[in-house]
Design a protein around this ligand. Structure first.
Ligand SMILES: Cc1ncc(C[n+]2csc(CCOP(=O)(O)OP(=O)(O)O)c2C)c(N)n1
Length: 550
């Protein structure tokens, strides 16, 4: 527990917090002792109500967040008046409340109340910490939580961040063995907003190898500026399918990195010195593994507002700034040192391999995505369901000069609401296609009624592998209950939808009939379903073969 809490304390100091106002108690022992040991300016207030207002006064004067630390139970409640004032007068506070571990909750343990989201909307940010664990990943995790608390207390109007901290006995930290550097990144996290973000010293990019990651963003208005930035920096631009950078065949645009970053040797060879990330967390899990592997890299995230997206626990700089303005503000021009060429080499090799899908005669998702890309009219919307559909688009939708918009629900990555969201997109009047697996489709069959009642035009390409085939790629595939609990085959005959929802229904049996049905569907109004039956076993084999470097 000692170094976990030490990392928390150190991170707050690195961020610029200097004062901690502590009220006495047992459960908060590791926090209070380690704030003292670190050398924070510690003040002690016995009554938490006064302590809260005292911290408020410091924060008003210093214009930086002040930490409050208290024990569990009613102590937490006494901060409330100061927190109310902090919310209404916009003063930054970081409130750390110690709590009992889960096994001591709701069992009549002393000094135990429900502290979860205790301050309701009076706190701008709440998070419950995990119980302390002494390992590197957890040190980085706890530092990440402190960053979110710190930035939340300052971003878009100052206010209160509340972190509830469960702690298990023994509670005394080991002061002989404490290491405050546990989990530190090579570059301490820094956060800049507005003007400051745009006037940062961009020489950090000068003559450095870097990559630009563009995650999904349905409202992105910065394609040109970011591509020009990539050109100036000679940085490969890793384009998530939902980022819509794949409407261009620019040589710096990478569109199949998920496949070639499978190789550890390639991950090592392509190590960058900086990363600039716009948009959401990319679909690619391997890209996350890549950033997690290179945590000593200067990793910038740039967004209009603070939304910490760091599942690989490696971000070192957060800039709250418009991506467009930020991209323009970086004036550095790098010379080509061959780094982007290495990416282009793997990109070309991988794309050649993925294109072998075109030789397949059996119906396979990869080739269907390629066929779909060839057939989508200009201006189309392609709404892609979660699970394998979005992964197949990530692999097989190549960057080319085209004007289509790819959308998906990657906020919570659910397989729910897929049909309804696609129908919502279709109200735009643009040709709209939904690419979905069968479980995601089934999950939202009800949604079809809105399409019928409102006369909406939507083509649904149903990749029907009779269940949740994504689980074939996961360790669950070895489980003896695999079919029952994960694959969940349903054997449903979707042709009944024809009469149920008065829609047009096709069952293409090969690529030729798929192309014909699709072309016809483009000319018809209403909802059209192309139920493409796929052999999940063969598909897995093809994925394994085609999405690996030869
Ligand atoms: C609402 C919701 N429930 C459960 C899940 C977990 N889940 C993720 S993928 C998946 C299977 C999806 O199957 P399908 O849509 O047929 O696509 P496939 O895996 O076959 O490509 C499930 C159940 C989820 N993401 N969202």
């Amino acid at each position: 527990m000692t170094n976990y809490i030490a990392a928390l304390v150190d991170e707050l100091y690195q961020l610029g917090v200097r004062e901690a106002v502590i009220s006495p108690g047992s459960r908060s022992t590791p926090l209070s002792v380690l704030f003292c040991e670190y050398g924070f300016q510690v003040y002690v207030g016995i009554d938490e109500r006064s302590a809260g207002f005292f911290a408020l006064g410091i924060a008003k004067e210093k214009e930086r967040p002040v930490v409050l630390v208290c024990s569990s139970g009613s102590a937490v409640a006494h901060y409330f008046p100061a927190i109310v004032e902090a919310k209404h007068s916009h003063v930054p506070l970081i409130v750390l409340t110690a709590d009992r571990p889960p096994e001591l909750r709701q069992v009549g343990a002393p000094q135990t109340i429900d502290q979860i989201k205790f301050y309701h909307d009076y706190a701008k940010y709440f998070e419950e910490l995990a119980l302390p664990e002494e390992r590197e990943g957890m040190y980085r995790y706890v530092r990440g939580v402190m960053r979110k608390a710190y930035v939340s207390s300052l971003d878009q109007g100052y206010g209160v961040a509340h972190i509830n901290i469960p702690l298990r006995e023994p509670l005394s930290p080991d002061l002989d063995g404490v290491d405050f550097t546990a989990g530190r990144l090579d570059y301490p996290f820094a956060w800049k907003t507005g003007e400051k973000g745009l006037t940062m010293d961009s020489s950090v990019f000068q003559d450095k190898k870097g990559i630009i990651i563009c995650g999904g963003d349905p409202y992105a208005d910065y394609h040109r500026e970011v591509l020009e930035l990539a050109e100036r920096l000679k940085a490969p631009l890793l384009a998530d399918p939902l980022a819509n950078f794949r409407n261009d065949d620019h040589p710096l645009i990478m569109d199949c990195y998920d496949a070639f970053l499978k190789s550890d040797a390639v991950k090592v060879e392509l190590k960058p010195e900086f990363i600039i990330h716009f948009g959401q967390t990319p679909v690619s899990k391997r890209l996350q593994n890549f950033t997690a592997m290179h945590q000593d890299v200067l990793y910038f995230q740039v967004n209009d507002y603070f939304q910490y997206r760091d599942p690989s626990l490696s971000i070192s700089r957060y800039l709250v700034a418009s991506p467009k303005a930020f991209a323009r503000s970086v004036k550095v021009h790098n010379t080509d040192d061959g780094y982007s060429g290495r990416w282009q080499h793997y990109q070309a090799r991988m794309r050649r391999r993925l294109n072998l899908a075109q030789d397949e005669e059996e119906l396979f998702e990869g080739k269907l995505v390629q066929k779909l890309q060839d057939s989508l009219p200009e201006g189309s919307r392609l709404f892609v369901a979660n699970s394998m559909a979005i992964r197949d688009v990530d692999y097989f939708l190549e960057a080319r000069r085209q004007r289509i918009k790819v959308l998906g629900n990657r906020g919570a990555n659910g397989i729910d609401g897929t049909v309804s969201t696609a129908l919502g997109v279709a109200t735009s009047g643009h040709p709209t296609v939904l690419l979905t697996g069968d479980l995601a489709f089934f999950h939202d069959l009800n949604g079809l009624l809105i399409g019928k009642n409102h006369g909406l035009n939507l083509i649904i390409v149903l990749l029907n592998n009779n269940g949740g085939a994504i689980f074939k790629y996961l360790p669950q595939s070895e489980n003896k209950y695999f079919e029952l609990l994960f694959m969940t085959p349903h054997g449903m005959d979707f042709s009944g939808l024809k009469t149920l929802y008065d829609l047009t229904y096709y069952e293409p049996v090969d690529y030729e009939s798929f192309a014909q049905n699709f072309q016809e569907a483009l000319t018809l109004s209403g909802v059209k379903v192309l139920n493409v039956k796929i052999d999940a076993r063969l598909s897995k084999e093809l994925h394994d073969r085609l999405t690996n470097l030869d």
